[in-house]
Design a protein around this ligand. Structure first.
Ligand SMILES: N[C@@H](CCC(=O)N[C@@H](CS)C(=O)NCC(=O)O)C(=O)O
Length: 208
């Protein structure tokens, strides 16, 4: 069984991997640690960072997006043509950009956090969210890379869920295609089952 090495009780960068595994029906075990410095010192992590994904054939993979892409390719969640795969990548990198916007709140000095949050609300997040609305409208497809859900949808879905959980939900209010897409992903049976599972780790709250 594959193994996901990550912090205990944290959604973090592992969460999209958990969502992809859920959608793929892929069983895996979680290895958590209590002593991160010791894990880093062990030399097991190429870049002293997690998540890491290990498979029985000896594959050891770091970089959350590489892990996600690997699961996507292996389980039919990566589009059905090079063109669709490119759209999956576009979605993945947009999710990364959105996460980087949230991260600005984490990395800001505490006294500047309110200003950073205000600028995200007035400027940066609307740019991404309205852009996603336009992409869906132009494509006319149920998902960002065509007729079928992909790891790109799952990464974006988690980025938006994180936004809703952290007080940015109002920015999505007037974006009907994006809202419908969000609900479509959430209603996928395996995603819905995972999301309501008691095993899911708690919501991640950005610092106020
Ligand atoms: N680009 C990497 C970033 C990995 C990363 O920075 N992971 C964090 C935890 S989410 C980490 O392990 N940081 C090292 C540390 O906290 O010392 C990825 O997407 O996997």
């Amino acid at each position: 069984m594959p193994k996901l090495v990550y912090f205990p009780s944290l959604r973090g960068r592992a969460e999209v991997i958990r969502l992809a595994a859920a959608e793929a029906g892929l069983k895996f075990e979680e290895e958590t640690f209590t002593d991160f410095p010791a894990l880093k010192a062990s030399g097991r992590l190429p870049f002293q960072a997690v998540p890491m994904w290990e498979e029985d054939d000896g594959l050891k993979l770091v970089q959350s997006n590489a892990i996600l892409q690997h699961i996507g390719r292996a389980h039919g969640l990566y589009g059905s043509s090079p063109r669709e795969a490119a759209l999956v990548d576009q979605a993945l990198w947009t999710a990364e950009d959105i996460r980087n916007e949230y991260r600005k709140i984490q990395t800001a000095e505490p006294a500047k956090r309110a200003d950073v949050r205000a600028e995200l609300i007035s400027k940066h997040l609307p740019r991404f969210f309205s852009g996603l609305e336009r992409l869906l409208a132009a494509a006319g497809t149920p998902y960002f890379a065509g007729q079928n859900v992909s790891v790109g949808d799952l990464a974006l879905w988690y980025a938006l869920e994180l936004g809703r959980d952290n007080g940015f939900g109002a920015l999505l209010a007037d974006l009907p295609k994006l809202n419908a897409w969000y609900d479509r992903v959430a209603a996928r049976p395996k995603i819905a089952e995972y999301v309501k599972s008691p095993a899911r780790h708690p919501v991640f709250k950005l610092p106020a």
